[in-house]
Ligand binder design. Structure first.
Ligand code: SF4
Length: 137
């Protein structure tokens, strides 16, 4: 399931990382964020077929209980975080609280995975800093 007008969110110009005050403006350094979209899986609806990770293995991964979760891969984000509901370093919450950033280069594949998902349980949403910040809460 893809929320919002994805096509308008993929330009990469709406979101910027870095300290406040460095966004926009002439002569300032602009640092584009890695992502414009984020994704989570509703595990209650997941059928466990693994189609998502066949299409986009850098974003989707199977969990020990046969359900699928999302992740942020080190090759895109510097370190790997799996949003599988496990405690400890390298893990994060599952379900709606476990939103993963989608690397811009993988947006098409992530959207394809959501479209092919038989459980219709892959939720793709516009990047929301508050949701990212609340993952550890
Ligand atoms: S494609 Fe959908 S239903 Fe299938 S494993 Fe992935 S999230 Fe679950």
């Amino acid at each position: 399931m893809v929320a919002g007008p994805v096509g308008s969110e993929t330009g990469g110009s709406d979101h910027w990382s870095g300290p406040p005050g460095r966004e926009g403006g002439e002569g300032r350094i602009l640092v584009p964020m890695a992502t414009t979209l984020m994704v989570w899986i509703d595990q209650d609806l997941c059928t466990g077929d693994g189609i998502c990770s066949e299409i986009c293995p850098d974003v989707f991964v199977g969990r020990d209980d046969g359900l699928w979760v999302v992740k942020e891969e080190a090759s895109h984000f510097g370190s790997t975080t799996v949003f599988d509901g496990v405690e400890g370093a390298g893990h994060g919450p599952d379900g709606a609280k476990g939103v993963a950033q989608i690397p811009d280069s993988l947006i098409d594949l992530a959207v394809e995975a959501a479209e092919e998902c038989p459980g219709e349980c892959i939720m793709i949403e516009p990047y929301d800093q508050a949701a990212i910040d609340s993952r550890g809460a």
